[in-house]
Design a protein around this ligand. Structure first.
Ligand code: SF4
Length: 322
C-alpha cells in the first residue's frame, strides 16, 4: 500500500451499499473519485428538497429555486414542496425541538466481539434531523430523541415501507449518535414526500406542466410519515454488519481485486454511469477523452468535518494515470 492508502478510508452507508452492489463501481466512485459530469435528475431533485428542508427547520430563507438542468416535472415538484410543506408540517415546531440539522457523524468502526477499532476504515455520515419530542407523536414518550429522515420517492407502496423497516443508514446513525450523546435514539420518523405520477400532455407547454405538478404537491396524500422503533437487536446487528463490510472492503482493496457485477449494470431500468468504462478496453482513455466524467472528492458531502483521502476536486488531467 502507498502512503495515502495507509490513511483511514471513510465508509459511508452509500459507499457500503455501492460496494455490495458492485465492487468495480465502488472502485470507480469511491477510490478513483470518478463521477458523471451530469448529476441525475432524481439526485438533483432530492438534493434541492433536502436543502429546502434544512432551511425550513433552521428557519432560514430558501433561495435554491433555480437548480440548473431540472425538467419541468422536477422544477414543479421542488416548487410544490416549497409551497406546501409548511402547510403540511408547520406544527412540527410544536411537536419537537430541533437538536441537530444536517449534522456530520463520524467515528471508529469497532469489532463488536473484541471492541478493537479498525485500522483501515472509519465511519462517516450526515443525518437529516435529530429532534427531541415535546408533545405526543404516535406512542413515542415525550422527551425522546428521534431521527427524522426525509426521502423523496415515486412510489410509497408497501414494498417501500417494508424496506425502510430495515434501513441500515439510520441504524448506523442512531448508533453513532448514542456514542456521541450518551443517549439512545428511540426510533426513526420517516418523512416521505411522494412525487405525483403525472405526465406532460401533448397539448401542454413546459410551463403549464410545471405548474400542474406544483399544484399536485398541494395534495396532502403526497406527504407520509411512519415511525420505526429501533430495537437493541437491530442496532447491534447493524454494527456487526458494518464491521464485516469494512473487513470485506479492506480485503478487496489490499488485493486490488475489484470485480464487475454485470447483473447490476442496468438496475432500476437505468444504465450504470460507469458502463462506458467497464465496457471499454481502455477505460482511462474514455475518462480523459469522452467528456462524460469528472473527478469529484468521494464523500464530499462530509467535507470540513471528516478527513477523507482525496484532495478536493482536481483537474482530471492531473489525476488520471495511463
Ligand atoms: S457498469 Fe456494471 S460492472 Fe461496471 S461498475 Fe457499473 S454495475 Fe459494475
Amino acid at each position: 500500500m502507498d502512503k495515502q492508502s495507509k490513511e483511514k478510508l471513510v465508509l459511508t452507508n452509500s459507499a457500503i451499499k455501492t460496494f455490495k452492489t458492485c465492487s468495480m463501481k465502488y472502485n470507480w466512485r469511491y477510490l478513483r473519485g470518478i463521477v458523471s459530469v451530469e448529476d441525475s435528475e432524481p439526485l438533483k431533485v432530492g438534493s434541492a428538497v433536502h436543502e429546502y428542508l434544512e432551511s425550513f427547520y433552521k428557519k432560514e430563507p430558501f433561495y435554491n429555486f433555480a437548480t440548473p438542468g431540472l425538467s419541468p416535472k422536477g422544477r414543479g415538484f421542488v416548487e410544490g414542496v416549497v409551497d406546501s410543506y409548511p402547510f403540511q408540517y408547520g406544527n412540527d415546531f410544536d411537536l419537537f425541538d430541533i437538536v441537530e440539522v444536517e449534522k456530520n457523524l463520524s467515528g471508529s468502526i469497532k469489532n463488536p466481539a473484541s471492541g478493537r477499532s479498525s485500522r483501515a476504515c472509519s465511519f462517516g455520515g450526515k443525518l437529516d434531523l435529530l429532534v427531541r419530542t415535546k408533545a405526543k407523536m404516535e406512542d413515542i414518550p415525550i422527551g425522546s430523541l428521534v431521527l427524522l429522515e426525509s426521502k423523496t420517492t415515486s412510489r410509497a407502496d408497501d414494498n417501500f415501507w417494508e424496506q425502510l423497516k430495515m434501513d441500515y443508514q439510520t441504524l448506523l446513525y442512531a448508533n453513532y449518535i448514542r456514542q456521541e450523546k450518551k443517549e439512545k435514539v428511540v426510533g426513526v420518523m420517516f418523512n416521505v414526500i411522494e412525487k405525483p405520477a403525472i405526465r406532460q400532455k401533448k397539448t401542454e407547454t413546459d410551463a403549464e406542466f410545471e405548474d400542474r405538478v406544483r399544484m399536485a404537491m398541494a395534495d396532502e396524500s403526497r406527504y407520509h410519515r411512519k415511525f420505526v422503533r429501533l430495537t437493541s437487536h437491530k442496532l447491534n446487528s447493524a454494527l456487526l454488519d458494518l464491521w464485516q463490510s469494512q473487513q470485506q472492503i479492506t480485503r478487496v482493496r489490499l488485493l486490488g481485486n475489484y470485480t464487475k457485477n454485470p447483473s447490476a449494470c442496468h438496475n432500476y431500468f437505468k444504465q450504470c454511469e460507469y458502463y462506458q468504462l467497464c465496457n471499454s478496453e481502455r477505460p482511462e482513455k474514455v475518462i480523459m477523452n469522452s467528456g462524460l466524467y469528472k473527478l469529484k472528492q468521494a464523500n464530499s458531502e462530509l467535507m470540513d468535518e471528516v478527513r477523507v483521502r482525496f484532495p478536493v476536486e482536481q483537474e482530471i488531467a492531473t489525476a488520471v494515470s495511463f
